[in-house]
Write a protein of this length. Structure first.
Length: 184
């Protein structure tokens, strides 16, 4: 896994919970904690950090990873505004993952192992997104999707009837984007 992922996690944990919490997670996870953005690190390091956070916060690991994705998205938008500026909706943005976003990620972070997505529009307007990754981080994808909807001022309903973690060949994530409800 690329170091940028660890850098983002450190920034988020430090911002939300303080440096002492990050140091405590590193100690509990028994990982070095020195990550350079272009470096490559063991996937197990992230799993150990997530498990440590899960234990510390008494929160399921997938909820930790989903929180990470949702809160990392605004940081991506700030760092790479050109990837977001061409879109007026989360749906159009999400549909560029394979053709624009991930090739850009590979240019910026050589050797990055990104998931594969398949898209299909359902008759009822939902977007069906197939997800495959050896890392099985579909909860991170869900968090990023939530963050994208928020970025574009939309609400998002996510259902996942198929998941690699439950033995399915791929994850199937059903997305229903809608305008955010008006605030009274």
């Amino acid at each position: 896994m690329k170091g940028i992922v660890f850098n983002l996690l450190e920034q988020l944990v430090t911002r939300e919970y303080g440096e002492d919490t990050w140091d405590s997670l590193l100690e509990s996870a028994r990982v070095d904690g020195i990550y350079t953005s272009l470096g490559s690190y063991e996937d197990a390091d992230l799993s150990q950090l997530v498990d440590a956070a899960s234990a510390a916060l008494d929160t399921p690991p997938d909820d930790i990873v989903r929180w990470f994705g949702r809160n990392a998205l605004p940081m991506f938008a700030e760092s790479y505004p050109h990837l977001f500026a061409a879109h007026t909706s989360a749906r159009t943005f999400v549909l560029t993952l394979n053709d624009i976003i991930h090739p850009e990620v590979r240019k910026l972070y050589p050797g990055a192992d990104v998931p594969e997505f398949e898209f299909e529009s359902a008759a009822d307007g939902r977007l069906l997104m197939g997800y495959r990754s050896a890392r099985k981080m579909c909860s991170f994808a869900e968090g990023l999707l939530d963050g994208a909807a928020e970025h574009y001022g939309e609400s998002l309903t996510i259902e996942q009837p198929k998941c690699m973690k439950r033995g399915d060949e791929r994850c199937l994530i059903e997305l229903e984007f809608a305008p955010a409800p008006a605030v009274a």
